[in-house]
Structure formats: structure tokens, C-alpha cells
Design a protein around this ligand. Structure first.
Ligand code: ASP
Ligand code: MG
Length: 439
């Protein structure tokens, strides 16, 4: 059994949805995971924001606009009156549900319920489309099996047992359609796997059913060797290892949610990135096999803050770093990069949510300086210890860009550099020119 996940743009218009039919309608058994149609989750979040701030009238207006959009979608999607009527009824009932939340008692569980409606509607519309075209498909509600535990991690025993039970009901159906993103939490409320989480849904399901392959379909032809939004003439990388893909996804390749790799790696299930606009293209295949090349790819991650702690107490002391790390751990703030000297340590984070508390704790240890709007550039290649050369091309390429931190030796397959975000485009272009000879 394989998993096929289609993202927001792949289900973004009636035409795009119809183009998926030949991709899913064959004799192989598959679970089809869908995102919300592109733009919907953002609109639903805006509705929530309006309800939260007491602007019920504006929320209702936005809700009606979105409802209209879906009525148009229904008109473009179905050929028969029967399905069109059912589609319009579905849209009405879903948007009446959203409109029923009042601003007075608006709370987080309501918000999670509203935000999850996008996946419920895209899967229901697509399932009806398959039925109209005579395909045997089942709509399996993700909330029947998908759950996160109290640490907000997938509750695998629950997911495996419940998904198995659900699938056993449909031994002869080849197309099982389900929602990405949404899940239940330990309180039994609707929750979600955070923005972009439908990719993660696909790999959690893949792991739970021991799938033969997890396919992530988008409107891009795979992972590129540099960021095509800033650099021209980038190339698709056809094969990557799990480690390389995880690093690239984490450090900026927007095509894949960073959590997607772990479940696949643990069960050694290949992940294939495919383009719905060019389904015959090979895309990018991610497996456990690793082929070292001098330089394979470059990615950039914005929104980084750097915190520098300077303390004479660090000199020849032990246990100092533990105290520093505990401060970040207590605020559930992951650290990305770190550089140390005898009397100072620099740390980068991508989530500044608790930065003020972190700084005031760190100030008990020494003087603290912070800088925002930083970017981590990550270069994937062959940096195994003991290799000659130490990547001179990288530093030569970037000799006009101020480097603020360098992480070398932490991983055999990557080097990370911290720069000011204003220098990002220039840095990516220089690396493209020098490492990949692409102008
Ligand atoms: N619809 C959700 C989002 O926009 C989940 C996803 O598309 O992956 O974040
Ligand atoms: Mg996505």
C-alpha cells in the first residue's frame, strides 16, 4: 500500500482536483491524504482572529465570501445535477457550522475546529468527485484514528490500532481518502499538526501501515539544489538520503514539512516528491542510501535570532553550558546553531516566543546581547572528518559577506553559516555560482 499526499495547490481549483483522478485511480491500494484548498487555512485563521477580537460581523462576512468561493468550486467540479446539489448542500452545512461560533465565548478548541474545516471540505468534495466518475473510493475521517499525545507527538499505538481497524472494513477498496493536518488531542478535542502538517500526516500514516512508499505531491518538481525563489537555473536533486532531506527541510527547503522525514526513516519507507503538473517527471526520491558529493544543495532559513552570552565565569568552568541549555529547555525553545569560546557562547533560535524570559534568566549568568533578522545558510555536501580542503570554495564564494557564526564539524554532511538576512539573496547567488557553476 502506498500513501499519496496532495498539497493545497494540487487541490486548489476544480481543474487541479480533476487532474488527480487518473493519478489515484488504478489497481494499487493507496491512502490519499489531502490538504485544504490553497488559501483556505489562512482564511479560516483570519475568521478566528476576527472572532477572537470580537469582530463577529466581519467574521461572518469573511465566512460568506469563502462559502461563495466553494459554491463556485462545486459548479466547476461536478458534471451531474445530483452531485452538484450534494456539493452545494455540503458547502452550506459546513459554512453554517463555522458561522455558528459566536465571538462571545470564542476559545482555543473552537479555533482548532474552525481551522480544520478546510481539510474536511477538500476531502469530501474530492471523494464525491471520485464517486461521480465511478471510482470506488472511501472517505475515512482522520479523527477516527489520528491522535497526538500530551507532548503533541503522534500517538502511534493509538493510530496504528485504530487505522488497522478502519482499513479492515474496506478490503476491496483501492482508494481511501483522508484529511491531512487534523487530529484529536488527549482531551478528545479536534487539534492539528501545525501549519504545513499534512505532509507529516502522510508519513505518520505511512509508518502506521508500513507503506511501500510515501508520495508527497506538490506543484514543484522536487527538492532543488538552491532556492529557486532567489536563484536562477537551479537543478532538481533526484536522490537524497533521509538525513540530507531532513536537514534541507529543516533549514529552509519549503517543499517538505521538516517532521515528515522521521517516521519514514524509522521504518525505512522511501519518500518521493512529485509534481502534479508534470506527473511523469521523476521528482526527488528520499531513501536510506547516501551518496556523498562535494556539494549537493544549499538552503536558507530566515527568522533566526542570535543570543550571545559573555561570562568570565565560563573560563575553565564545567557545567556552565548545562545551565545555559536548561534555560532554553525550560521554555521548550530548540537551539539551532551554537558556537563557543572560552568566555562566551552564541546560540541561535528560530522561535523567539519566550526570548524575553530566556534573556532575563541568561543575564544571571553573564552579559547578554541579541540580534534578530538573521538567516542560517546550510550547505549539504561531503564534510566528513579528515577530508582535505575544508570546503575553501564556500569561504571564497562568501568573502564579501559578513559571516556571523560558522558550524563546521557538527555533521559530516552539512555546514551551517549565520548571516544577516539582508545578505541572504547575495549569499545564495554566490554559492550557486561558485559551488554549482550556475549563474
Ligand atoms: N492546510 C494546512 C496548512 O495550510 C495543512 C497543510 O496544508 O499542510 O497549513
Ligand atoms: Mg505543504
Amino acid at each position: 500500500m502506498k500513501i499519496m499526499k496532495f498539497g493545497g495547490t494540487s487541490v486548489g481549483t476544480p481543474e487541479r482536483m480533476k487532474a488527480l483522478i487518473p493519478l489515484v485511480n488504478d489497481s494499487e491500494k493507496k491512502i490519499v491524504v489531502l490538504s485544504a484548498m490553497s488559501g483556505t487555512t489562512n482564511s479560516l485563521l483570519e475568521i478566528c482572529e476576527l472572532l477572537r477580537s470580537g469582530s463577529a460581523h466581519e467574521a461572518l462576512q469573511k465566512n460568506s465570501l469563502l462559502r461563495e468561493k466553494y459554491h463556485h468550486t462545486v459548479d466547476g467540479l461536478y458534471e451531474t445535477e445530483k452531485f452538484r446539489k450534494a456539493g452545494h448542500e455540503l458547502v452550506d452545512s459546513l459554512f453554517e457550522h463555522i458561522g455558528s461560533f459566536s465571538a462571545e465565548q470564542f476559545a482555543l478548541p473552537h479555533e482548532k475546529t474552525i481551522v480544520g474545516q478546510g481539510e474536511l471540505i477538500s476531502t469530501a468534495l474530492f471523494h464525491m468527485l471520485l464517486q461521480e466518475r465511478g471510482a470506488r473510493a472511501i472517505l475515512l475521517p482522520a479523527l477516527n484514528f489520528m491522535r497526538i499525545d500530551s507532548d503533541e507527538e503522534p500517538d502511534y499505538p493509538h493510530i496504528e490500532a485504530n487505522l488497522k481497524r478502519e482499513l479492515e472494513k474496506y478490503p476491496n477498496e483501492n482508494i481511501i481518502v483522508t484529511q491531512g493536518f487534523i487530529c484529536l488531542n488527549m482531551q478528545g478535542e479536534t487539534d492539528n499538526l501545525k501549519r504545513g502538517g499534512s505532509d507529516f500526516t502522510a508519513s505518520i500514516i505511512g509508518s502506521a501501515v508500513n507503506a511501500s512508499e510515501i508520495q508527497i505531491w506538490t506543484d514543484i518538481d522536487g527538492i532543488h539544489n538552491n532556492d529557486p525563489r532567489f536563484v536562477e537555473n537551479t537543478r532538481v536533486i533526484h536522490e537524497l538520503s533521509f538525513d540530507e532531506a531532513a536537514e534541507l527541510a529543516y533549514f529552509g527547503a519549503k517543499i517538505l514539512h521538516p517532521s515528515t522525514i522521521n517516521p519514514a526513516r524509522e521504518k525505512n519507507i522511501p519518500v518521493r516528491l512529485k509534481n502534479t503538473l508534470q506527473p511523469m517527471d521523476v521528482g526527488t526520491l528520499i531513501t536510506s542510501s547516501h551518496k556523498f558529493e562535494d556539494y549537493k544543495a544549499v538552503a536558507a532559513k530566515d527568522g533566526i535570532s542570535v543570543i550571545r552570552i559573555h561570562s568570565a565565569r565560563m573560563l575553565m568552568a564545567y557545567g556552565f553550558l548545562r545551565k545555559v541549555f536548561e534555560i532554553f529547555e525550560a521554555r521548550k525553545t530548540p537551539i539551532d546553531m551554537i558556537a563557543t569560546s572560552e568566555v562566551s557562547v552564541s546560540i541561535t533560535i528560530d522561535n523567539p516566543g519566550h526570548i524575553n524570559e530566556i534573556i532575563s534568566e541568561l543575564e544571571k549568568l553573564g552579559t547578554v546581547e541579541t540580534e534578530h533578522n538573521q538567516t542560517i545558510i546550510s550547505i549539504i555536501g561531503d564534510f566528513r572528518p579528515g577530508r582535505k580542503g575544508s570546503a575553501p570554495e564556500i569561504f571564497e564564494a562568501l568573502n564579501t559577506i559578513p559571516l556571523k557564526m560558522i558550524s563546521y564539524g557538527g555533521s559530516p554532511l552539512s555546514i551551517s553559516l549565520l548571516i544577516d538576512s539582508l545578505d541572504k539573496t547575495a549569499a545564495l547567488r554566490l554559492l550557486s555560482k561558485h559551488l554549482f557553476k550556475q549563474q
